[in-house]
Every structure is written in structure tokens, then in C-alpha cells.
Ligand binder design. Structure first.
Ligand SMILES: Nc1ncnc2c1ncn2[C@@H]1O[C@H](COP(=O)(O)OP(=O)(O)OP(=O)(O)O)[C@@H](O)[C@H]1O
Ligand SMILES: [Mg+2]
Length: 228
């Protein structure tokens, strides 16, 4: 069953001579439970693609369907609810709330949804991500890698349908990086979670089920690795 369907997606920034076509007529589908790597040169449109899929950045034209739902046909209030409940977005530059502690950042989507955060899940993630001892620290008191792990915890906390990870190991050493990838793989296998992961690391891409290559806002290559 296809979970994600993208139709003729275009995203243009700026006007006139400053115009940048970040996404240029991108279409593809992703079946439920697939772990896909998105690779391509810097500035090719990878982060833009993830933000558009995640309901964060409205496309200039084209459509995004998640689980049959036309994402941008919703009003802004429902779009915000959609983002909180259905999508786990791991930002390239973390996007943590500076005045909240590590654990408050992780449970934020749940709290904003008016729910009582699942304490057991929190403990499990803090442990898995090795940030238990830093749980009460503010983002400014954490290293880049620790902030990255907090942002991963926030994305995984509510076990959303789709995880969109923008270079989730860009700031981690090889040991931590391998652990994060295996954590994502584990949550993909156990919960049939669909994952899109942007990476510059060929080893990570090769561990995914499929590799999509983007160049100048277009898909130039799309291969399945045959792992799964
Ligand atoms: N908010 C914005 N305003 C104007 N231009 C933007 C904006 N965001 C991105 N762009 C431009 O869109 C293009 C695609 O950017 P994007 O961040 O998606 O690239 P990327 O593939 O993620 O690059 P990197 O690997 O360096 O993270 C770039 O040319 C970038 O300069
Ligand atoms: Mg990027």
C-alpha cells in the first residue's frame, strides 16, 4: 500500500532574477514501511522536499498525499494538527525550543496536543539515545550531537506514520551515527514506519531499501537496493 504520493511538486523561492527553483516537477510514491535515502549535492532541494512533504512548507504547485489525505487541502489549524500527529520531522539544524529542557523538547508535540506524555516511552528514548543524564539541560547546554539526538527523540516520541530525517547523523561520530541508523531501522521494522532520510553518507544510503537522487530540484535516479 502506498503511504506517500507526491504529484508534480514545484517550489520556487524569490522573484525575478532572484528566483530559485528548489523543486522542479517532482513526482514519486512511497509504499508503507519503506526506508528511503534521499541523496544529492548541496542546494539540490533535499531539505525543501522534506519540508514540503512534512506540511511545513507549502509547495508553489503540485500535491502531497499522506495516507490518501491531500496535505495542503487542509486549513492551517488542521495542518498544524497533521504535523504534530502524523509526521516526525528531524530538522537538519535541530529546531529545538531554546527555553525548554531536552526532555520537554522531546515531549512537546504530545503536550501541544493536550495529551499527557507517555513517561515509559520518554524513558525508553532517553536511554536509547544516551541523553538520560542531560534530560534537564537546555539546548544551549548540549553539544551538537546531543541536540541532534534530542531532535531525533522528539520526532520518534509519538511513533508517527512517517519519519522525515534531514541528515540525522550529520553531527555524530561513526559509533553514534551507526546507533541512530539502527534505531531508525528498528522502528521501521517493528512499527512498519515509513522513513525518508537525507544523507551525504553513502554507507547510510546503502542500508536503505531505496535511494532517490536529486539534482537541481529534479529526481535524476531512483533505485531499490533489494535489502528488504
Ligand atoms: N527560504 C529560502 N529562501 C530562498 N531560497 C531558499 C530557501 N530555502 C532554500 N532555498 C534555496 O533552494 C535551493 C534548495 O535548498 P535546500 O535547502 O532544499 O537544499 P539541500 O539539498 O537541502 O542542500 P544541503 O545539502 O546544503 O542541505 C537552494 O538553492 C537554496 O538556496
Ligand atoms: Mg539541506
Amino acid at each position: 500500500m502506498e503511504l506517500l504520493k507526491i504529484e508534480n511538486l514545484c517550489k520556487t523561492y524569490g522573484k525575478g532574477e532572484n528566483e530559485v527553483k528548489a523543486l522542479d516537477n517532482v513526482s514519486f510514491t512511497v509504499p508503507k514501511g519503506q526506508m528511503t535515502a534521499v541523496i544529492g549535492p548541496s542546494g539540490s532541494g533535499k531539505s525543501t522536499l522534506l519540508h514540503v512533504i512534512g506540511g511545513v512548507e507549502r509547495p508553489t504547485s503540485g500535491k502531497v498525499f499522506l495516507d490518501g489525505q491531500d496535505v495542503y487541502a487542509q486549513n492551517n489549524k488542521n495542518l498544524a494538527i497533521f504535523r504534530r500527529r502524523q509526521v516526525g520531522l528531524i530538522y537538519q539544524f535541530y529546531n529545538l525550543i531554546p527555553v525548554l529542557s531536552a526532555e520537554e523538547n522531546i515531549t512537546l508535540p504530545s503536550v501541544m496536543d493536550g495529551r499527557k506524555p507517555d513517561q515509559e516511552r520518554l524513558e525508553q528514548l532517553l536511554k536509547l539515545l544516551s541523553i538520560e543524564e542531560r534530560r534537564h539541560h537546555l539546548p544551549s547546554q548540549l553539544s551538537g550531537g546531543q541536540q541532534q539526538r534530542v531532535s531525533i527523540g522528539r520526532a520518534l516520541f509519538t511513533s508517527p506514520q512517517i519519519i522525515l530525517a534531514d541528515e540525522p547523523t550529520g553531527n555524530l561520530d561513526s559509533k553514534n551515527s551507526a546507533e541512530i541508523i539502527s534505531l531508525l531501522r528498528q522502528s521501521n521494522r517493528e512499527f512498519d514506519q515509513t522513513i525518508l532520510i537525507i544523507t551525504h553518507d553513502e554507507n547510510i544510503a546503502l542500508q536503505c531499501d531505496r535511494i532517490i537522487t536529486i539534482s537541481d530540484g529534479k529526481i535524476v535516479r531512483d533505485v531499490t537496493t533489494g535489502i528488504k
